[in-house]
Write a protein that binds this ligand. Structure first.
Ligand SMILES: Cc1cc2nc3c(=O)[nH]c(=O)nc-3n(C[C@H](O)[C@H](O)[C@H](O)COP(=O)(O)OP(=O)(O)OC[C@H]3O[C@@H](n4cnc5c(N)ncnc54)[C@H](O)[C@@H]3O)c2cc1C
Length: 409
């Protein structure tokens, strides 16, 4: 069977991990990415152990390590206040922090070895074009010029708040969102020894949460979240210093104090939890944040987006090899396989969003009680991390993927 021409909207983790699985298995893919390169807004970097293992088996993780684009063996720790470490249900997870631009660029490099792959940077998808109810093309804009991209199948991976949901006739369910997060990034290459060795989440009560995370290239990410206008807080440096600095570990504080100025890289992230009730329409499938926007709570969004692509590639490539149609029944099977994990984690994120609004004293009591319950329940309590199997059967090991050309059928 002739491989269909797949158009992927969005070259983020969902788009590029899917592109690699399809392209390395012979499917022609065109990716449309609105930014001029992968150094775009900063996004999640903590890969959970299950995704790291899949990348290890495919040879991707060792390439990331060799290039200095990943920090292995990073634990996510939770604190109530500055010093009290608390446990949440589930096994202790050690993952890896991976530079998102680095990962995306590596996947692009690997895909580019195949003649049936194309990525158009600087190309914004404006709308879906439907004929007889089926998406047959998308309207694009590149360098101010409007055009269209045709294809046999469209996979929308363009992240949170995807406007294509509406133009494809999909309905969005929104869940509660509490506070926004001010994300700051510091270059600590002059003091790498003070960088944390884990990703630490500190809950200070009444919605104040501060996260510290090491990042490849001796960077430090700090996320400061509390109810209120964080755009205004970012511009009021004395006030930001007053609120942020006391929450920092002593070793980090003087360095952040020195570097926190109007040049500090920053981004305000609207914390959202939502999902579309149906992930598909004729000719189009939504994956990753475009299908279900995640809050940063629990470091889940990146991992869920990647696991979506493992399941999607399994179904799409199985169907192609068996000569079965890529129709809505197939898309629904992809959604059905992914939905339970998404629902469970979004419910957990919504609960966590409510929990952090409690005063500090209440958080102490809650975590003391949780500790007792966890001890009594032993290993039976399930964690918030992704535990559902999403084994990627088409994440081609590099030695094979590099030499495969259009060969599906
Ligand atoms: C600051 C921050 C920190 C986070 N921390 C974590 C974490 O530690 N762990 C974790 O698991 N998750 C984390 N998340 C969430 C995680 O980053 C996202 O869930 C994940 O990136 C989703 O991947 P995606 O490919 O679905 O979407 P995205 O990463 O958003 O990628 C979408 C891509 O589509 C492109 N695009 C958008 N619109 C268009 C258009 N109209 N036309 C063409 N291209 C378009 C965008 O430029 C982008 O490249 C964090 C998110 C943020 C913002």
């Amino acid at each position: 069977m002739k491989a269909p021409h797949v158009v992927i909207v969005g070259g983020g983790p969902a788009g590029m991990v899917l592109a690699w699985q399809l392209v390395s298995n012979g499917v022609p893919v065109r990716v449309l990415e609105r930014h001029p390169d992968f150094t775009r807004e900063f996004r999640g970097e903590l890969l959970q152990a299950s995704v790291v293992e899949a990348f290890e088996r495919a040879g991707l993780f060792s390439m990331l390590l060799e290039r200095g684009l990943a920090l292995p063996d990073i634990e996510r720790r939770m604190f109530v206040g500055k010093h009290r470490v608390v446990r949440v249900p589930g096994p202790r997870e050690r993952g890896a922090v991976v530079s998102q631009p680095g990962l995306l660029a590596l996947l692009h490099e690997l895909c580019s070895r195949h003649p049936h792959y194309q990525l158009d940077f600087g190309t914004t998808v404006l709308d879906a074009i439907r004929e007889d109810g089926r998406v047959v093309a998308v309207k694009t804009r590149c360098n101010g010029v409007e055009g269209r991209a045709d294809g046999d199948l469209f996979i929308v991976c363009n992240g949170r708040n995807s406007h294509l949901r509406k133009s494809c006739g999909l309905e969005t369910q929104e869940f509660e969102s509490t506070a926004d997060a001010l994300w700051l990034r510091f270059d600590l290459s002059d003091a790498p020894q003070v960088l944390p060795e884990s990703l630490d989440v500190h809950m200070f009560g009444k919605g104040l949460v501060v996260v510290f995370q090491p990042s490849p290239g001796h960077r430090l990410h700090v996320a400061y979240s509390e109810p209120g206008d964080l755009n205004r807080l970012r511009k009021d440096l004395p006030e930001l210093r007053k609120r942020l600095l006391p929450t920092l570990p002593e070793a980090l504080r003087p360095h952040v104090e020195r570097k926190l100025d109007e040049h500090t890289e920053w981004q305000v992230l609207k914390i959202l939890v939502d999902r579309v009730s149906r992930w598909h329409a004729p000719g189009v499938l939504f994956l990753g944040d475009a299908a279900h926007t995640m809050s940063p709570s629990g470091g889940q969004g990146l991992n869920l987006a990647i696991r979506d692509t493992f399941v999607a590639a399994n179904h799409l490539l199985d169907a192609l090899r068996a000569g079965r149609p890529l129709d809505e029944a197939l898309f629904q099977r992809i959604q059905d396989e992914r939905q339970p994990e998404i629902d469970r984690i979004q419910a957990g994120q919504t609960r966590a969003g409510q929990m952090v609004l409690k005063p500090l004293g209440v958080l102490h009591v809650m975590f003391t009680l949780l500790g007792v319950v966890m001890k009594l329940a032993g290993k039976k309590m399930e964690g918030a991390g992704g535990v559902l199997p999403a084994e990627p059967r088409y994440l081609t090991p590099l030695s094979r993927g590099a030499s495969t050309t259009a060969a599906t059928g």
